[in-house]
Write a protein that binds this ligand. Sequence first.
Ligand code: GLN
Length: 489
Amino acid sequence: MSNATIISKTAVELSHSLSEKELSSQEVAQAYLEQIDRVDPQVHAFLHRDDDDFLAQANASDKRRAEGNTLGPLDGIPVAIKDVISVQGQPLTAASKILENYISPYDATVIRKLKDAGAVIGGRLNLDEFAMGSSTENSAYGPTRNPWDFNRVPGGSSGGSSAAVAAREAPLTLGSDTGGSIRQPASLCGVVGVKPTYGMVSRYGLAAFASSLDQIGPFSQTVEDAALLLETISGHDPLDSTSFPTEVPQYSAALRDPLTPCTLGLPKEFFGEGIDDEVRKAIDQTIEFYRSLGHKIVEISLPTTDLAVPVYYVIATAEASSNLARYDGIRYTSRSEQSENAINVYAKSRGEGFGEEVKRRCILGAYGLSSGYYDAYYLKAQKTRTLIREDFSRVFKEVDVILTPTAPTPAFKFGEKSNDPISMYLSDIFTISTNLAGLPALSVPCGFTNSGLPIGMQLIGQAFEESSLLSIAHAYDREHRFGCQSPNI
Ligand code: GLN
């Protein structure tokens, strides 16, 4: 089998070829390494690779298979990892200079689960520094390019994770989503990305940005692949106190069940001004598709939609300012050469180690939490968060899922928004409210613009209803498979 054929396959197809012995995991790993060598000098999805370790894991998988001890469908399948998730013995930079020399001493729970399933853990993927951003332009190690157009951003913050799947540098990747960082880059790169319900996937071993919002989730070419990866990494974890004690349904098996007719809600606040015409048209076609399958489409209202971005930027920055306090020039991090006393160690190390956006957020967050302003900002934002949550609860009495565009526009050009933080913040206008409400949501590729840029649709589900969310998404995806189209690079 040629390398081009191998890397074009979905994870489910690769898994099938491995179990049919048409391929070895060694060959799969080699094919991806060759593709990374070929395209990554341009794409720059990877911050770090350990090829020897990667091939050794593939080898171990082949050995298990030869002995009849295969661990499951992901055994031998590569999964590359956003550089905020700990893999024992590997660097973790969070795309920040401050963690330049940090090596993870332990595995995140999601990594342990993947290793237990036999997955071959790949390299470290680029992102906006500490996952703050929507374009990867905030990476201290240079941006990732969108494989569909190298002049454009891949989205962010998990831009390396989305670009790696789009550029066929990995069949599966993991990212994290605090306000859209899985779904928005998935949309801009034409791949599937899933943000699970808050509490469904352990955050143990994830470098924290905003702990009440962060969730780890999968990227893939198809919904079927995402279901497989999601069921592997989900589940209760005593090491994460916010992890929810619930059984993990077999999402991929549930996809094979016939889909009963359901009701899809279109929030009128999401379909107003500011949506690109071609995005609007593609979304209209997905709505028609669901209608043609016999599902009911209704207009709904989420009146608090406008409040989501401001509320998010109070809560997320407040949590970030306290989470990032640990990077003090003493633990974890690099220390300024000019730190001659204790105060200087903190100030200089943080001043030199953090980029502009991270500093902006720490300062904003500390301000919002400070006495005198706490009630006006943080407390008010928390109360408004409750209203946003209640909006969704009310709507979910009527509908099974909510359908929206994932992002208002296709991939934008480098520099287009980077000098204007507010315009960058607004690129997540459709994704942020789901994190505030803790709900699961995903992005599925639903077409291309005339100039060949991918477009994504977002489906939002009820808490812990990943199974029906994925099934509804799969009903569209298996007929269209836009994520299986690859850029000409
Ligand atoms: N773009 C948003 C931000 O900059 C969301 C980031 C994320 O989900 N990690 O905060």
